[in-house]
Write a protein that binds this ligand. Structure first.
Ligand SMILES: [Zn+2]
Ligand SMILES: [Zn+2]
Length: 308
């Protein structure tokens, strides 16, 4: 009798960067290598495609999703917060404009419906030609308060959201996301996410201004991660400049990101949410400087792919 070959399960996590800038997009020719779109990261694991933030980088990703094989594409979007650079691509995200597509959108909101109300403001009549509710794709919007464990079922199904009762990260092989709300960003804080799959993990921690020595809860949340994607918008000189200080703007320096990576004992650090004024030459200098502080540092750039 012929023996059926066992299907090989892909146990890897793949991370792809679609937008790496903070604050606003940049289109200068001197920034082309690193790219000019604002925050959007795609993480694929266990047959699911997860999207973190909806900056302008989500626009080409949405087109790829809708041009794919599925007749009824589904998208899972996790927002760190609703500052404009993280949601400015949402109204042009193809699944939200396609009647047969479904989008499940999660992000911070203190009460049921809070996130929906925030996103509806994006299409206020003074700002946009059609209302959020008029966008043709099917959408479900869920507010998170932090401390949730999100478990995935079959692709296209709504994930299960439960309270993460154990302080430790889930250790089973299933694909999960843990959400953690940090106060380290003005004015309503920011949601951090940890994706776990087959014993590996990626932490998405953008828009976070570390304090001296790093926030203990953030260090704990990132503890032992295989990849930490961390805000590193400013150079130390920019952050502490006396004429135009950036302290209190909600972002970290390269030194702060490296210090957190060290304390949390992560395997690799990815510098993210780049200052749009930093051109390719500046970014290469930043990469060298960061590697001296934390040798396994990568600098996020558009189309960079990391497989774990
Ligand atoms: Zn931002
Ligand atoms: Zn922000």
């Amino acid at each position: 009798m012929k023996q059926r070959k066992a299907m090989k399960v892909d146990k890897s996590i793949q991370v792809r960067f679609w937008g790496v800038r903070g604050s606003y997009p940049t289109t200068t020719s001197s920034s082309r290598d690193f790219g000019g779109n604002t925050s959007c990261v795609e993480i694929t694991a266990g047959g699911q495609r997860l999207i973190f933030d909806a900056g302008t980088g989500i626009i080409p990703l949405g087109k790829e999703i809708c041009n794919g094989a599925s007749a009824r594409p589904a998208a899972y979007v996790f927002l760190s917060h609703t500052h404009i650079d993280h949601v400015m691509g949402l109204c042009f995200f193809e699944p939200l404009l396609t009647p047969d597509a479904r989008s499940f959108i999660y992000g911070p909101g203190n009460s049921h419906g809070a996130l929906t109300r925030s996103l509806q403001q994006l299409t206020h009549s003074d700002l946009f030609p059609v209302s959020f509710d008029e966008l043709k794709g099917k959408k479900e919007i869920h507010s998170l308060v932090g401390g949730e464990l999100i478990r995935f079922r079959a692709p296209g199904k709504r994930p299960i959201v439960e309270k993460n009762s154990a302080p430790a990260q889930p250790s089973s092989g299933e694909l999960t996301i843990v959400a953690h709300k940090s106060p380290a960003h003005p004015r309503f804080g920011v949601m951090l996410y940890r994706v776990n799959y087959q014993g590996k993990s990626v932490v998405y921690a953008t828009d976070i201004e570390q304090q001296e020595g790093g926030y203990p809860d953030v260090i704990e949340f990132a503890r032992g991660a295989d990849l930490l994607i961390h805000d590193a918008q400013y150079l130390h000189g920019e952050y502490s400049s006396t004429s135009k200080p950036k302290k209190g703007w909600g972002h970290s320096t390269i030194e702060m990101a490296a210090a957190v990576a060290k304390k949390a004992n992560v395997k690799r650090l990815v510098l993210f949410h780049h200052e749009p004024l930093h051109d390719d030459k500046a970014m290469r200098a930043i990469e060298r400087c960061a590697k001296a502080l934390f040798p396994t540092t990568l600098t996020a750039r558009e189309n960079l792919e990391v497989r774990l």
